[in-house]
Design a binder for this molecule. Sequence first.
Ligand code: SD4
Length: 324
Amino acid sequence: QATLPLVVNTWAFTQATESAWLELQKSSNSIEALVEGCRTCQSLQCDFTVGYGGSPDENGESTLDALIFDGDTMNMGAVGGIRRVKDAIGVARNVLQNSEHSILVGSLAAEFAYSLGYASESLDTNYSKSLYDAWKQANCQPNFWKDVTPDPTESCGPYQLKPQTECSLTNEIEQDVPTVFNTGNHDTIGMIVINGDGHVVAGTSTNGANHKIPGRVGDSPIPGAGAYADSEVGAATATGDGDVMMRFLPSFLAVEQMRQGASPSAAARTAIARIATKYPSFFGAVIAVDKTGAIGAACNGMQKFTISVMNTTTQGAALEYVGC
Ligand code: SD4
């Protein structure tokens, strides 16, 4: 049922939905609500794929991606691959509100955060170390490399280029879809908040993908990929295999579909179908919401996708499901 105000987010992250809603009740501020919601998931380490202590890269380090997109001003703030700072969504908000930039990345994004008083902290935990150790023991499976072989003289990487053969050029699509995305490894929080005045804000927070090549930035902090908002239309957010999904800007596409008159469900389906045409087995989902608060979602590569919704008609955060 379309009604405002509204909080909706990916997956069954109901505590995030509820803390965003609480903030919305308190301040009516969509940006603050989105920050509180994503921050809750960061602190809870939702599914170990949001916040510190998850998705270690090939060096064993967790890094964070986050985005806030403001649909009133069409301004945004994001961090990509930020190191040693836990509150990625907070720093994204600082990029939005305290800089003229849109995205800061890596160690230098961390320097920006330190200059504003954020603490420098290790993002490793026993859990992320255990993931890394297990990956090393399994011979450092090169999840995100193509056409390379591990150097047998090294315990992990570096990788060596394989000689180009006809065989190594076949079936790029299959090779392009990392197998580490599955229902056991979800997922990014993507959240959309609309306050009672129709201020639409969308954003994301994630620690990305397991055993990524260091330096990898996913779709989550990329505008139009991880999330997009326009208070004139609505918003969308995406979760899943960001390396593939970002190539199609699914959140932008979904919002533009709604601008052309598509329903949120149809818009989300179009965004997913555009990707699935090229990558039939990709793992991912899109939520689309129009400015009245009507919600749609679509997914691929899983049986069903779960979203968490809160508005004046729900009792607390309500889970809704869409089949793929
Ligand atoms: C990424 N889309 O970095 C994010 C992570 C995610 O399932 O959604 N994981 O690719």
